[in-house]
Write a protein that binds this ligand. Structure first.
Ligand code: FAD
Length: 476
């Protein structure tokens, strides 16, 4: 009886243990991807990830065709749709790679139970994470809450298997199986088509992921430790959307880091730690399923957030009047990605300068990031907001002018994404309101007309945020 292989967030043929296991049975294999936007708890992916998914599925389909397999596309609640497919092909086994988000776990547990009842074998495999969140425990038996001990324990205990090669031979299912056309899913934006910048910056799919990794090892990763904070530079790997879609596994990355390279040991170690943060975020989500909507630290439930849709919109559009914040928000809109330092600055600005709930920011990122991740997104928002695990203290409030001057010293980042300020001299670029009338005129900048004045004063906003935090402390 055939084997049904379900693809989800593992859109690759390399290091795909479920695919290898399916091939090893020698039985006919049906490969399927089910787009599930209906199951309870399944958070529909945002616009930027829909764009990515379309291209990633195209790449996966081609890779599977080279192995002689068709990729069957179906849409619907996964339990019903997968069960129907099993019946259609009389599958005796269903295989998949494990997911770790709460809705994914609940659905997969149901699938297992249903198939067991019907005498159909199931098996699941690792790949998305280096560690198994349910297995890694503190000395007292609970989940980790602090990064450093988590990281130490993870490095000590994970079993770093070598990544698996794609199978050489696989027996395809020969019968005809109707499937949807990818085009009919309407994953790509039409009117307006905002995806031009995404297409120019990214190559979704496994080949794109491997190129990014190779570029990183061949040069982008040089001086990673010191360069990774500079917003205008290509000093980071750009692997996040590939990891989010499972086009590459952390095992493949880890192995590459162990190999030959010109990159310094400290740089590699810093990079490994970032991969460790990804693992930590998943560990947190696994043990705290409400991470995307509820404060990890419940003391923050009493925080006096302000409802301010107008201010939220200015932030979303990159019209705050703080050049580095605006550059970052426009980078996000244009290419579906934002530099990590910039993410911290804009998140701090939303939460602390504008007093808006981190959840609003998390949702905007969820819709606009190509790497929007169920674990890393909320965990990092909460980290910045102060409500998260091992979080930055609330009173650490980024000054957007100083952040710009420090991490975009030549203003290349601001000039790229806020071109209306490009002609300003470096010294005024991060605070145009301090420039003389003459300097503004020369640069063709009219504050309040061609570029907004700051929507809030930094000092006043900072004090307001600290007062709000104090009220929370006093209430507690
Ligand atoms: P690199 O510097 O090359 O790092 C390598 C990999 O390490 C990344 O691809 C990523 O998988 C992981 N990593 C690096 N930093 C972090 C971090 N702080 N937390 C978790 N993993 C990390 N990352 C996402 O993948 N998805 C998100 O939705 C997301 N939302 C974020 C929201 C906020 C408010 C903040 C402050 C950070 C967020 N991050 C998120 C983390 C980080 O900004 C991105 O992972 C990173 O910028 C991706 O670029 P890169 O691949 O070039 O990173």
């Amino acid at each position: 009886r055939p084997v049904l292989l379900l693809f989800r967030h593992d859109l690759r043929v390399g290091d795909n243990l479920a695919l290898c296991a399916a091939a090893a049975t020698g039985r006919p294999v049906v490969a399927a991807f089910i787009l599930d936007e209906q199951s309870e708890g399944a958070r529909p992916i945002g616009g930027a990830r829909r764009w990515w998914l379309h291209h990633s599925l195209t790449a996966l389909r081609e890779a599977l065709e080279r192995l002689g397999l068709n990729l069957v596309l179906r849409m619907g609640p996964i339990v019903e749709t997968a069960t129907a497919l099993v019946e259609e092909v009389h599958a005796g086994t269903v295989l998949w790679n494990r997911r770790y988000d709460p809705a994914g776990i609940a659905i997969d547990t149901r699938l297992k139970a249903i198939f067991k009842e019907r005498g159909i074998e199931t098996d699941s495999f690792s790949g998305h994470l280096l560690h198994e969140p349910r297995r890694l425990k503190t000395a007292s038996g609970g989940p980790y809450r602090v990064f450093t001990p988590f990281w130490r324990s993870m490095v000590d205990t994970i079993q770093l298997r070598p990544p698996a090669d794609p199978p050489e031979t696989i027996t395809p299912y020969e019968g005809h199986l109707p499937g949807d056309s990818l085009e009919d899913w309407g994953l790509l934006p039409k009117k307006p088509d905002w995806s031009k910048g995404l297409g120019e910056n990214w190559k979704p799919g496994e080949a794109g992921a491997c190129e990014r990794l190779a570029d990183f090892m061949d040069g982008t990763g040089e001086n990673y430790k010191s360069r990774r904070d500079f917003m205008a530079e290509t000093g980071t790997s750009g692997l996040s959307p590939h990891l989010a879609h499972g086009e590459i596994t952390p095992f493949q990355i880890w192995q590459a880091l162990e190999g030959e390279s010109d990159i310094g040991g400290e740089d590699l170690q810093t990079f490994r730690k970032e991969i460790g943060w990804r693992e930590f975020c998943w560990h947190l989500l696994y043990h705290n399923p409400q991470l995307a909507t509820e404060n990890y630290n419940r003391d923050f439930d009493a925080f006096p957030w302000s409802e301010n849709p107008e201010a939220l919109e200015k932030w979303q559009r990159g019209e705050t009047g703080y050049p580095v914040v605006d550059a970052a928000m426009r980078q996000l809109w244009q290419i579906g990605w934002m530099h990590n330092r910039a993410r911290m600055v804009v998140a701090s600005f939303l939460v602390k300068h504008l007093g808006i709930h981190w959840r609003e920011g998390e949702e905007w990122f969820w819709d606009t990031l190509v790497d929007a991740d169920p674990a890393s997104n909320p965990a990092n928002w909460q980290w910045v907001a102060g409500s998260g695990a091992d979080a930055a203290p609330f009173f650490r409030i980024f000054n957007p002018v100083l952040q710009g001057e420090k991490f975009d010293p030549k203003g290349n980042y601001v000039r790229r994404y806020v071109p209306e300020l490009a002609a300003l001299p470096d010294k005024h670029l991060h605070q145009p309101w301090k420039a003389s009338e003459n300097a503004l005129e020369k640069a063709d900048v009219e504050l309040g007309q061609t570029y907004p004045r700051p929507m809030v004063d930094h000092k006043t906003a900072r004090e307001r945020a600290l007062d709000a935090y104090k009220s929370l402390k006093n209430a507690g």
